[in-house]
Design a protein around this ligand. Structure first.
Ligand SMILES: [Fe+2]
Ligand SMILES: [Fe+2]
Length: 298
C-alpha cells in the first residue's frame, strides 16, 4: 500500500509541477480580468500543493521524486490548444474554463483516492495534508463553474437581441469588443450606431448606475476567502439576463476590486431606439486600449 501511495504521489508531484507552468499561460490568455486573477490565485495554491507533496515524502522518509504524469501532459496540451484557438474573447474564456476544469477534476480524483488511502493506512498527518489540497482543488472547480456560468451567458448573448426586448433594463445589447482608451465616447463598429462611453472614473460610474437604480454587486460563488469575486452592476427588480446570483456590495468594495484589476466601464446612455440604456460592461484597461477588432464568426 505504501508503495502505491509513493507511486501515486510521484505522479501527482509531476502533475502539479506541470501546472505551475501552465497556469500562468491560462491567466495570460484569459479575456476576463477576474478569470485571469482566479488562475493566478490557483497558481499560488498549486505551488503550495507541490510543497505539501514534498512534506508527505518527508513524512514517509522518501526522496521527493517525480514520475511523468502522462494524463496531465495531455490535459495541459489540450489547454494549450484552447489558448491557441482563434475565438472571440467571450468564447475563449469558456474554452479556458473547460480546460481548467478538466485539470481540477483529474486532481480531485487523484487526491480524493489518496486521502482515503492515507486514512486507511492510519496516516492522519498525510491525510490532513492531502485533504487540504483536495479542498482547494474542489473550491477552484466550484469557482470556475460559477465564473463559467456567468461568462457563458455573456458569450452566447446574441448581438442586438436584448435591445429589441421591451424592458429598457435589458438593453445590454452590444457588448463592446473593444473600447477606445483615449476618448470617452465613440461609435462602436457593431452596426448599432449608438454611443458607448468608456471610463474608469468612480464618480462617473456611480452617477450613471444610480441614475438607473443600479447597485454595486458581486457574482456569488466566484469569490473566495476575503475575495468578493466578480463584480457587476445590478439593476434590482429588473430581469437579470446576465448573472443569476448577484449579491449587493458597497461602492467601496466595488471600486476596490475595480481598481485592483485595472478595470474600465463601457456604458451607454441610450439605446439605438433612444431609450435609457443599462448596457454596461467591465473591461480590463489593457483590453480597452486594444485596437477595435471585428468579432470572429461563430
Ligand atoms: Fe493542485
Ligand atoms: Fe488544481
Amino acid at each position: 500500500m505504501q508503495e502505491l501511495l509513493v507511486d501515486q504521489l510521484r505522479d501527482l508531484y509531476d502533475a502539479e509541477k506541470q501546472l505551475t507552468k501552465a497556469l500562468p499561460k491560462l491567466a495570460k490568455a484569459s479575456k476576463n480580468p477576474e478569470l485571469a486573477q482566479g488562475f493566478r490565485d490557483h497558481l499560488e495554491q498549486t505551488q503550495g500543493h507541490v510543497q505539501r507533496i514534498e512534506q508527505i515524502f518527508e513524512i514517509l522518509g522518501q526522496k521527493a521524486k517525480s514520475k511523468p504524469c502522462e494524463a496531465m501532459k495531455g490535459l495541459v496540451a489540450e489547454g494549450r490548444e484552447a489558448i491557441a484557438e482563434d475565438l472571440d474573447p467571450e468564447t475563449k474564456n469558456i474554452a479556458l474554463i473547460a480546460a481548467a476544469r478538466r485539470v481540477e477534476h483529474y486532481e480531485m480524483a487523484a487526491y480524493g483516492t489518496l486521502v482515503m488511502a492515507a486514512q486507511a493506512m492510519k496516516q492522519p498527518e498525510i491525510a490532513r495534508l492531502l485533504q487540504a489540497t483536495l479542498q482547494e482543488e474542489t473550491e477552484t472547480d466550484k469557482k470556475l463553474a460559477a465564473s463559467g456560468k456567468t461568462l457563458l451567458k455573456e458569450a452566447v448573448r446574441p448581438d442586438g437581441e436584448a435591445t429589441t426586448k421591451s424592458a429598457p433594463s435589458k438593453a445590454k445589447s452590444s457588448p463592446a469588443k473593444s473600447s477606445p482608451a483615449k476618448s470617452s465616447a465613440s461609435r462602436k463598429p457593431n452596426g448599432h450606431g449608438h454611443l458607448s462611453h468608456t471610463t474608469s472614473d468612480h464618480d462617473e460610474i456611480r452617477r450613471w448606475a444610480e441614475a438607473r437604480g443600479g447597485k454595486p454587486a458581486c457574482v456569488q460563488g466566484t469569490g473566495g476567502k476575503g475575495d468578493i469575486g466578480m463584480i457587476r452592476i445590478e439593476f434590482p427588480g429588473k430581469p437579470n439576463a446576465n448573472d443569476s446570483k448577484l449579491e449587493e456590495i458597497s461602492w467601496d468594495e466595488f471600486f476596490d476590486k475595480f481598481d485592483q484589476h485595472g478595470l474600465s466601464l463601457v456604458y451607454q446612455e441610450k439605446t439605438a431606439e433612444g431609450r435609457p440604456s443599462n448596457f454596461n460592461k467591465l473591461v480590463a484597461n489593457t483590453e480597452s486600449e486594444r485596437k477595435p477588432k471585428t468579432r470572429s464568426a461563430r
